[in-house]
Ligand binder design. Structure first.
Ligand code: FAD
Length: 419
């Protein structure tokens, strides 16, 4: 590819597709590279977030600090458990606490917390040069031209030509379809329901504590309850549902009555909490096999959910998206300073991030195997619940919250590694 191996020079043109955590983080990071001429394209009319809450673990905070966005999240914007736990696990049928996990020694302001997804989005957006964002632009096609550059066409009729295309366009990525045309995702058989209720009402319920709690039931079903801030509580429920031909929704409003009936085996505090729900949305989980590489053609990189389309990333997906952006910008900075091309920058990015995602898929596979064993060996629902909790909460799964991605990056980027 002609442009890909030219030394990165001033005015290198980059398109970021998607204004979620991955795209906004990439915009902040690239905005710090004076030789990059970037624009971000988002299909929605505004930069907005659907869904309810998101957990910020230590690596999310480290990245938010690097991005300058942490200062836009005040203490009153978040819920951080007073005792510093990252999760409490309960038997959802009896209500009993089975386990509570804590992070390793951690600086208090980087401790785990829950926040409205919209607040995280706005905090990131404040650090972005908004004059470079074009909303209402849905990318519909990509062509590689003779000079190796990419021609991007949008539904509005707008078109542009770039040296580097960043697919930060989420799980149903158009950029990934172009880069890996034979790749597919499908409905995983799991679905989530998400609702927000008033804190003032939730706090009256006996047996419900102000904590980030997974209430497990049989067969890999759970309900997650947590305060989001002083005003709101979040309820996220995950359950298994067959494919009824209507499995493509991401945030579709559904009947509250039918939703509550799905969880009738749950204990009294949860029944009371569910009775406060007035609106609920369904989020069907889609996923696909691991991609061997997150880059293509020396001119395309996938970031965030586009790069690891799986259903459930242990509440670490936003951090992974920010890490991707940080590593990619570091790789471009290094390649430019070493007189190398975009192809080398993308190889560095791939060498750092692909192993990360391999470990993530492996962790998911390990849990699936452990769960199958639990399901076949448990002699009671209580035993099955405890088994599932032990499978998901084991401390060797926590690397994804506590590793430091800048160290991985530094180890790889040595002048001799890419000769
Ligand atoms: C139920 C659930 C719970 C989760 N909980 C957590 C949690 O607790 N903690 C955590 O860290 N993560 C959590 N995650 C994961 C996290 O939400 C995602 O990993 C994160 O949002 C990924 O960010 P992203 O920027 O890659 O993609 P997205 O947030 O999906 O953003 C993609 C953007 O691209 C835009 N777009 C798509 N196609 C186009 C196109 N063709 N043209 C232009 N724009 C386009 C979309 O409109 C969207 O704005 C959860 C996910 C789910 C499903």
């Amino acid at each position: 590819m002609k442009t890909a191996n030219q030394p990165i020079g001033k005015g290198v043109k980059v398109a970021i597709i998607g204004g979620g955590p991955a795209g906004l983080s990439a915009a902040i990071e690239l905005g710090r590279l004076p030789f990059v001429d970037w624009h971000l394209y988002e299909q929605k009319p505004t930069i907005s977030e659907i869904g309810t809450g998101i957990t910020l673990q230590r690596n999310t905070w480290v990245l938010l600090e690097k991005l300058g966005a942490s200062r836009h999240l005040r203490t009153s914007d978040i819920f951080r458990p007073a005792d510093g736990h990252d999760n409490q696990y309960r038997n959802g049928v009896t209500g009993e606490v089975v386990k509570q996990t804590h992070p390793p020694v951690i600086i208090p302001h980087q401790g785990p917390c829950r926040v409205h997804r919209g607040k995280l989005q706005r905090a990131l957006l404040k650090e972005v040069d908004q004059g470079r964002i074009r909303t209402g632009e849905k990318l519909v096609s990509i062509e590689q031209e003779h000079d190796g550059k990419l021609r991007l066409s949008f539904a509005s009729g707008f078109s542009t030509k770039v040296d580097l295309l960043l697919g930060a366009d989420g799980i149903r990525s158009t950029v990934r379809e172009f880069a890996f045309p034979s790749y597919n995702i499908s409905y995983s058989g799991m679905t989530a329901y998400r609702a927000v209720v008033r804190a003032s009402e939730a706090e009256q319920i006996n047996g419900l504590s102000k904590a980030m709690i997974f209430w497990y039931s049989a067969k890999n079903r759970w309900i997650y309850t947590t305060p989001l801030d002083d005003n709101d509580w979040e309820i996220t429920c995950r359950t298994r549902e067959p494919d009824d031909g209507d499995r493509s929704s991401w945030g579709k409003e559904v009947s509250v009555k039918k939703f509550i009936a799905l969880f009738n085996e749950y204990c009294e505090p949860i029944q009371q909490l569910l009775s406060l729900v007035t609106r609920v949305k369904r989020f069907d989980y889609f996923g696909g096999r691991r991609l061997d590489s997150v880059v293509r053609h020396g001119s395309v990189a996938l970031l965030g959910d586009a790069s690891h389309p799986l259903s459930g990333a242990f509440g670490a997906g936003a951090a992974f998206a920010m890490e991707d952006a940080h590593v990619l910008a570091g790789a471009i900075r290094w390649a430019a300073s070493a007189g190398r091309g975009l192809d080398v920058a993308l190889r560095v990015f791939d060498d750092v991030r692909s192993p990360h995602y391999r470990n993530l898929y492996q962790t998911l596979d390990d849990i699936a195997v452990a769960h199958q064993k639990t399901f076949s060996e448990a002699s009671s629902v209580d035993e099955e619940i405890v088994g599932q909790i032990n499978n998901v909460s084991s401390s060797n799964r926590n690397w994804m919250y506590y590793h430091d991605v800048s160290h991985e990056n530094l180890n790889l980027v040595s002048p001799v590694a890419y000769d």
